[in-house]
Design a binder for this molecule. Structure first.
Ligand SMILES: NC(=O)c1ccc[n+]([C@@H]2O[C@H](COP(=O)([O-])OP(=O)(O)OC[C@H]3O[C@@H](n4cnc5c(N)ncnc54)[C@H](OP(=O)(O)O)[C@@H]3O)[C@@H](O)[C@H]2O)c1
Length: 256
């Protein structure tokens, strides 16, 4: 696929995986629209991208007016690629965390992603691509972040179903699944990145590289980032469900 003079909108592009994906897409001559809540961070991010045809759009995807505004923008601007990357989690035992904050996480990770996918796919044409960022946890359980893992199972399942619905139209839908990644995600969720052993952590740059590679190949419904994460999922097939959940519970920062 020739990646030139095309337009991509990336949510959650002010930092972490989204920002690294924005840098890589800009380097491939995409005009990038960066979306997140913090306009300052978005402008700083835009300033470091290759090229000068990029734009920012400050929006809180948990705010219904912002979500409608962004959906309308996606419909009218007609992007070639949408990367639904914005997401948040919360570490802790389900019953010990405020219900409303967990429901807000469900809204951001699922409802907003579905709404933006709908806006994008309504006008999508042959050759366009939708990437939804799920998680390795979308394919396993994760005590200590039960609601978050549930939202990511939804994103993975939803995206893989869409992959089939759209493939004969020449529109590629990818469920993209990072494992534990060094970013602000963990401190925002209430724990530090170093709650995980160093060897399981990926950099946001490496994860974004895998995302772009999957996007260029346009083949798989499900892309798991990183060989260690692929190996882990493969090995889990040979364990009982109870054993797999116990292992995840033991390594979960939310259970410590
Ligand atoms: N880090 C990991 O270990 C990991 C593993 C698997 C999957 N993931 C997934 O990968 C994606 C990116 O995560 P990351 O690690 O890059 O996290 P991050 O560094 O915390 O970045 C999250 C991005 O989402 C934006 N965001 C958060 N809440 C928002 C809201 N309500 N409205 C609009 N934008 C919002 C943030 O910007 P503002 O704060 O300015 O809004 C930021 O740009 C997420 O979907 C996450 O679930 C992460």
């Amino acid at each position: 696929m020739e990646l030139k003079d095309k337009k991509v909108l990336i949510t959650g592009a002010s930092g972490g995986i989204g920002l690294e994906a924005a840098k890589l897409m800009a380097a491939k001559n995409y005009a990038v629209t960066l979306v997140a809540r913090s306009e300052n961070k978005l402008n700083e991010a835009k300033a470091i991208l290759h090229g000068n045809n990029h734009s920012v759009l400050a929006a809180d995807l948990n705010n219904s007016k912002d979500l409608v505004r962004l959906s309308e923008h996606i419909k009218s601007e007609r992007y070639d690629v949408l990367i639904n990357n914005a997401g948040a989690g919360m570490y802790g035992e389900f019953i010990n965390m405020p219900l409303q904050e967990q429901i807000n996480g469900m809204h951001l990770n699922m409802d907003a992603l579905v709404t933006l996918s709908y806006a994008f796919l309504q006008n999508a044409k042959k050759g366009d691509s939708l990437v939804n960022v799920a998680s390795l946890l979308g394919h396993s359980s994760f005590p200590g972040a039960a609601v978050y893992a549930g939202t990511k199972s939804f994103v993975a399942n939803f995206s893989e179903s869409l992959w089939f619905e759209f493939k004969n139209k020449g529109i590629y839908v990818m469920g993209f699944n990072p494992g534990a990644t060094k970013s602000d995600f963990h401190s925002n969720a209430g724990k530090e990145t170093n709650s995980y052993p160093e060897f399981v952590l990926s950099t946001a740059y490496d994860v974004a590289q895998d995302l772009i590679t999957g996007l260029e190949r346009k083949s798989k419904p499900r892309v798991i980032s990183g060989w260690k994460n692929r190996l882990m999922l493969f090995n889990f097939k040979f364990l009982s469900r109870a054993m797999a959940i116990k292992i995840m519970g033991q390594i979960s920062p939310g259970m410590k």
